[in-house]
Each structure stands twice: as C-alpha cells, then as structure tokens.
Write a protein that binds this ligand. Sequence first.
Ligand SMILES: CC(C)(COP(=O)(O)OP(=O)(O)OC[C@H]1O[C@@H](n2cnc3c(N)ncnc32)[C@H](O)[C@@H]1OP(=O)(O)O)[C@@H](O)C(=O)NCCC(=O)NCCS
Length: 353
Amino acid sequence: MTLLRPFVEEDNSDLLEIEKLCPHGNDKIAESADKSPNAVARYDMYDNWKIYVAVENDRTAGWIGWTLKEDVNGTKYGYLIEIAVHPQFQKHGIATELMTKAEDDLRENGASYAYGYVFEENDASNALCKKLGYEIVNEMQLNAFFTYKQRNVSDDFSIRLADNEDIPDIVNLLNEYHEGWANFVPYTPESFEAHIKRVPGYGLDKLWIALSGEKIVACAGLWDVSTIYRMCYTKEPASMKIYGALLNFLKHFTNVPKIPAENEFFTNQTMVDYAFVPEAPDAMENLINYMNNATLDLESISIAAMFFSDDPLFPVLQRFKPFVEKWGFYQKSLDGEDRKFELIYPDFRDFVL
Ligand SMILES: CC(C)(COP(=O)(O)OP(=O)(O)OC[C@H]1O[C@@H](n2cnc3c(N)ncnc32)[C@H](O)[C@@H]1OP(=O)(O)O)[C@@H](O)C(=O)NCCC(=O)NCCS
C-alpha cells in the first residue's frame, strides 16, 4: 500500500540517493544529477512549491515536486518540477499516483494546465506522460558549446559587466525581446533585481551587456548551476566516447575541449536573461564570445542555453556549433480548454535536471 505524504527535511538523504539511481534516458544515452547536499535547493527559486513523497512499507519509494505559476493575464498553471521512483518500486503505478496527486492539487489551486519537460531519450518518462494524457506542444532545445579556448571579440561593440544603473535599460530590452511570449511576465527594475538576487550562483556580477555607442543592444547572464547540482552521463553515447578518446590523444598537442567520461560529474554555466535588438545578432555573438573568455578559468566545461527553436537566439548559437539535446515540452489541460503554445518563454529556473 503506497502512502503519499508531504516532504519533510529528513527525506533529503533518501531523495539524493534515489536521484542517483534514477538516470533520465534509455540504454543508449542517460544522464543523472547529484544535488548534494540539498536535494531541494532548486525549489527556493520559486514563490511556492510542494513535494509529495511516496512511502511503501516504511521505505521512501519516490517523490514528485511541483509549483504553481501565474502568467501576466492572471492565468494560473503548474510546472511539474521533477518525479522519480526508486528502481525497486518502479512499474507498480507509483509515478501515476504521484502525478495524479500533483494534478489534483494544482487543479484545486486554480491551475488551468500543467507542463513539464522530458528528455527525448527518456523512454519511461515519455511513455508515462503520454499515458497520462500529456501532449508535446513544443520542443525545447539545449544547445551547449565547450569553453576551452579564447574566442575573438570584435571591437564593434563595447562589452562589460552590468551595474545597477543599467538595470532599467536591461529590463526594457528583456521585455521587448519576449513581448507576447507565453508565460513571460514583464519585469520591472525592482522585480528584475529581486529575481537575479534569488538565483544562487547568479547575480549582477554575472550579467553582461554589449553597447553600440551608448545603447545596450544585447545582454546575457551566466548562472553557475554547480551551486545546485552536477550532472553526469551514466550512459554515454558511443559517438561521445569515440570523440572523447580522440580528444584525450589530441590534448598532448593542442588545446581541446574536456569531454567528461561516463559517470564523471561535470558542471556548466547556463546562459540566462539574454536578449538582443533584432538588428544586432552580432552583438549577441560577441557577447557570448566575451562570456566564453570570462569563464575559461572556471571548472565548468561548457556554456549551455535552453530555448525553443523559434527563439532568435537559435541561429546565433548555431554559429558556435553546439552539442544539442532535445526535450519535449509536455502540456496537459486541467480545465478542459485547448491551448496553443507557440513562442514560449523559457523560464531558466526550470532547467535543472
Ligand atoms: C519515469 C518514472 C518516474 C516512472 O515511474 P513508475 O512508478 O515506474 O511509473 P508507473 O508504474 O506509474 O508507470 C506508468 C506508465 O509509465 C510508463 N512506463 C513506466 N516505466 C516505463 C519503462 N521503464 N519503459 C517504458 N514505459 C514505462 C508506462 O506507460 C506505464 O504504464 P503501464 O504500466 O500501463 O505500461 C521512473 O521510471 C523513474 O523514476 N525514471 C527515472 C527518473 C525520471 O526519468 N524522471 C522523470 C524526469 S522528466
């Protein structure tokens, strides 16, 4: 008999343990996270959240976490943050019970729909979502490029760290860039300041701007996600193994990217709060080159950005020949209404494995 109950702090070690045993993927590629010491640190970035733990014969069998968000029109909706079931308890309907619990709670609290992201190679989770009536309504891409060599920064733009006086202009740029995108709530200078202070491993000292003359034409931040988690490939694709072996040889002669070995934990810098004026994709490219150079001494191996393919950042990042992973953006209506999701704001707080 499965008991579902709210999370308590004493569950932390069980959650960390289960997470390690629950990679996302299949027998060709799978990735896993280590969130120690605090399995739930990511939740503090949200205004509200709930975690329910499944207990089977006094043992922690799994958990689910979710948060209720609200868009600019006052529509409430839920984000299913994560779900995991201990391998010994899988295929007994526990995830189904946990998902149903989250949906019921979201519905009771006025949510119109629920969404979540699933790695395209995560066979179990994709099947679970489809079985429970979720549909892929868009595709989120992770684009990451390795940071290991200096990149040229053109002097067509002046690039520097942002300071307090720049915040109103940065806010205008972000609001214009994302205007009309689903789930984007325009910032005010005050809400933006509060937002950058709230994310651990991020802040004004990690937010850069590119200026053309006096005008800010591009901005972007880097979030050091190692403050929350590290990840590893528990199953590395064959192509990555071959590439890694080749680079291991070449590193004796030249500067090469660091490809983590299977089960080796690594971390990246996640690109956040980026925007640029439509006529200045080159400013964005130079800003990314600049951020690359600024992170070469850090332990992270790459800069990663997550976005939907209709984001204007997409063609800019292709110039960096990124490594790409695809994640389904699943949605399920909780109020019976059908919704269209075209341009979607990628809330970067969601992008923790
Ligand atoms: C995904 C996961 C939570 C499913 O947990 P679970 O308790 O075994 O799921 P359930 O028993 O409720 O299964 C419900 C449905 O999910 C699908 N499913 C579950 N495990 C599956 C598997 N290994 N392969 C294919 N489909 C699977 C099936 O459609 C199943 O319905 P069925 O039993 O009628 O075939 C679990 O496999 C897990 O923890 N995976 C690793 C972590 C993860 O990927 N989390 C989700 C991140 S988005």
